[in-house]
Design a protein around this ligand. Structure first.
Ligand code: SF4
Length: 571
């Protein structure tokens, strides 16, 4: 299969199309970014912060210039309080050892409640060859608490993934390994690579609680010095994110004999599979049935949103190992996946993602902005899902964007799937996308609205068409000029809701039709036979839909123009 675009020779192999060539069709990955190319990757320091930011009850100290501390302060859109040695030119020339010693001591005096200190090594400290490990050892014995170096200077490795490894090593050596050995804690699990974004961990915890399981330690969504010291006694390590949890799970299996299981709680199928596998491990009965019921219930809850998403094209570009499970989740929403890419995914991540992609889907490793722009223009997704760095690119191109890890509600578990469906539907229906069209869509493709046409919409909340014609107590009347809404007025119905059967005596539908006599069309959830007949006599079109108001207006104009609706129907 041919490449869709020409790429720089150095990038050959990083961009592939899914085909049946197996391993050969996977993109080249885990390699340094081409010098001079501005990719979407972050440095190892940021990778370490990504993994450790949520560790409670420790001081996070960045040993480096203040700019690094600024970079490390905000993780997953949340601002964390951090300390820094604020290395300056003088320190870089004469060394920053003393400054680091003083800063550790001062930070502990200011926060005596802190159970430990994490010292992040930056490029500047790494380049001058500071022996941070020795200083941390010394400080640890003086202050009587773990002071752990995180060896993550930005230049080490090829991207933030190497910072995850440095972070995992710091936790293992200085916190988990310090715990006392003891008997295995019954019905207990650790979750490695779970950051409790917007309550994801609580969703997972509720599901595991149904199986009678307790979480000893979640790294790092719920990691404390105390629970990390007990983590070595858990019965099972659940690896939720491969890139941040796998290395720890491997070491813990080797050192403490804790078995591991790689699962995902994103999407219905993956959540179901995860719970069944964990249930089997702990010999629980009835899990299959319970899981099946939950899947059915979640599908039912998500159903109102799914018809809006069916067939919409989605492109995903984020971290690493969630690429595959999220790709599946979007497919379960009925969306067509046209691109799956990652900043620092490994071969196994692409292999896993490839399994749930169709032939011809683009696989993209460590994309730069130019490539992303080109692919978005050519593949024309209805939605791009990515990290915060891709957000502004998408918006500039007029493409709806969903940030992941998410910023609103949990996406993990069965409830998370429903949240995902709802939020994607609302995002795609947002009125702004009627005004800001993707750069590749030209004007003539849009319905042309006649001048000063009035359309009445039966909507209670102003967002969706959600009211029956007869039951409507008010209508929003839009005066349209070209593609713009010139005026919106609310027209209240005298006497409130009525229906064809008992409404004749109260002037139904005559009074309602009189109220809307200057309108060309009425958009409502449904309308009775008599209302339709009388409306037709008066030359008023009735269109039934449950769409968002802007989409419904577009469809209605198509109908007025005799073009048929976007779903192919004519009423
Ligand atoms: S790349 Fe180096 S200098 Fe830049 S933020 Fe990361 S650690 Fe600091």
């Amino acid at each position: 299969m041919e490449m869709p675009i020409e790429v720089m020779p150095e990038r050959t192999g990083h961009i592939t199309l899914k085909s049946d060539c197996g391993e050969a069709a996977l993109p080249r990955c885990e390699q340094a970014t081409v010098p001079g190319v501005i990719s979407q990757r972050a440095c190892a320091l940021y990778g370490a912060r990504w993994m450790l930011a949520a560790v409670k009850d420790v001081i996070h100290l960045v040993h480096g210039p203040v700019g690094c501390a600024y970079n490390a302060g905000t993780v997953r859109r949340k601002s964390y309080s951090i300390a820094t040695t604020c290395l300056e030119e003088r320190d870089i020339i004469f060394g920053g050892r003393e400054k680091l010693r003083r800063t550790i001591t001062e930070a502990v005096h200011l926060h005596p409640e802190a159970e430990g200190v994490l010292v992040y090594v930056t490029c500047a400290a790494g380049l001058i060859g500071e022996d941070v490990e020795a200083i941390c050892r010394e400080a640890s014995s003086t202050l009587g608490r773990p002071v752990a170096p995180v060896l993550c200077p930005g230049f080490c490795g090829v991207g933030q993934g190497d910072g995850h490894d440095a972070a995992a090593e710091a936790l293992l050596e200085h916190f988990i390994d310090r715990g006392e050995p003891g008997p295995v804690l019954e019905n207990s699990v650790n979750i490695l690579g779970e950051f409790d974004v917007q309550g994801d961990l609580k969703e997972i915890e509720k599901l595991l609680a149904h199986l009678g399981l307790n979480i000893v330690c979640a790294v790092s969504g719920r990691a404390t010095v105390e629970n990390m010291s007990r983590a070595r006694r858990a019965a099972l390590n659940i690896v939720h994110c491969r890139r941040t949890g796998q290395a720890m799970a491997d070491v813990m299996e080797k050192r403490y004999g804790i078995p591991q299981m790689k699962v995902s709680f994103f999407g219905l199928e993956e959540t179901a599979r995860a719970l069944k596998a964990v249930g089997r491990f702990f010999h629980r009965d009835g899990v299959e049935r319970w899981v099946q019921d939950r899947v059915v219930a979640a599908r039912r809850q998500a159903a109102p949103y799914l018809h809006r998403l069916a067939g919409k094209r989605v492109a995903v570009f984020f971290g690493a190992s969630r690429m595959g499970s999220m790709a599946k989740a979007f497919r379960e929403l009925g969306m067509e996946l046209i691109m799956a890419g990652s900043q620092f995914g490994c071969r196994e991540d692409y292999r896993e993602a490839g399994r749930c992609l169709d032939e011809g889907t683009l696989l993209l490793d460590d994309a730069n902005e130019r490539e992303l722009t080109e692919f978005l223009r050519r593949r024309r997704p209805h939605l791009l899902v990515g990290g915060t760095r891709e957000k502004f690119l998408a918006h500039k191109l007029g493409v709806p964007f969903l940030v992941f890890p998410q910023e609103t509600s949990p996406y993990a578990g069965f409830n998370g799937f429903v949240n995902l469906a709802r939020e994607v539907a609302v995002l795609l229906d947002a009125p702004v996308w009627r005004l800001v069209r993707p750069g590749w869509e030209s004007g003539p493709e849009q319905p042309v609205l006649p001048e000063n046409v009035k359309v009445a919409v039966a909507s209670r909340d102003g967002m969706y068409v959600d009211e029956h014609f007869g039951r409507a107590e008010k209508f929003l009347v839009f005066t349209l000029a070209g593609r713009k809404v010139k005026k919106i007025e609310v027209r209240a119905v005298k006497g409130g809701a009525v229906n064809c059967r008992d409404g004749a005596a109260r002037g139904f539908p005559g009074e309602k039709l009189d109220l809307l006599e200057d309108c060309r069309a009425v958009v409502c959830l449904a309308a009775g036979h008599c209302a339709r007949e009388r409306a037709a006599e008066k030359g008023l079109l009735i269109m039934e839909t449950s769409d968002a108001v802007p989409a419904a207006l577009d469809d209605c104009i198509r109908m007025i123009n005799g073009e048929g609706r976007t779903d192919g129907s004519t009423n």
